[in-house]
Write a new protein. Structure first.
Length: 196
């Protein structure tokens, strides 16, 4: 009976998309990586790699939020000159711009391959929560964090709401879970705001 269960587990696990990734076996975020790939929120960086320690880019984050929304049809074209038609993130950027979830880094650029900063992450997740009609009225104070002055004012309200909602923005603010919540692909896979 035990042997049957073990064989069944191996057979079922081998059907999971994350089973193809050769670089997550020792990752602290392995279960989370399996969750986000199984639910089509993240893709691998190749057929056999997830690259958990790679920095999360602006395009990656926006694409995850777009997939969380069901990858709805978009209209129009990208307002940004550095987001060309047909890329894996084009529709996600159009969606985010149309729904006021994310702005560009300038009037004409989105900088899709730039790393997502904590301030951008806070603001984008806050805007996404508003888009999803989550309650964003509750907040927590940032006064207990000694490095709060290092953030942009644009993200301050978003951080306070995020703290209250327990959204994770990465290390900083003397956060004890710095390793787990860094702005890497593994860190973002472990802080899906829709997971309970």
């Amino acid at each position: 009976m035990v042997i049957t269960k073990d064989v069944t587990f191996v057979a079922v696990y081998s059907l999971h998309k994350c089973a193809a990734f050769t670089d997550i076996s020792d990752s602290w975020a392995k279960d989370d990586i399996c969750y986000v790939t199984e639910n089509d929120l993240f893709n691998g960086t190749s057929a056999t790699t997830f690259t958990p320690n790679a920095t999360m880019t602006r395009a990656m984050l926006i694409t995850v939020l777009y997939r969380m929304s069901g990858s709805p049809a978009v209209t129009g074209t990208s307002p940004f000159t550095d987001v060309t038609p047909g890329t894996w993130y084009t529709n996600a950027v159009i969606f985010a711009a149309n729904k006021s979830i994310a702005e560009g880094t300038s009037d004409t650029t989105f900088s899709p391959n730039d790393p997502i900063t904590r301030e951008q992450l806070a603001t984008i997740l806050y805007n996404y929560a508003v888009y999803c009609k989550y309650d964003v009225t509750a907040s927590s104070s940032l006064t207990g964090f000694t490095d709060v002055g290092k953030t942009f004012l644009l993200g301050a309200d978003s951080y306070e709401v995020g703290l209250r909602r327990r959204l994770d923005y990465g290390h900083g603010f003397n956060h004890a879970r710095a390793r787990r919540n860094s702005n890497t692909r593994a860190g973002r896979s472990s802080s899906n705001p829709l997971r309970s």
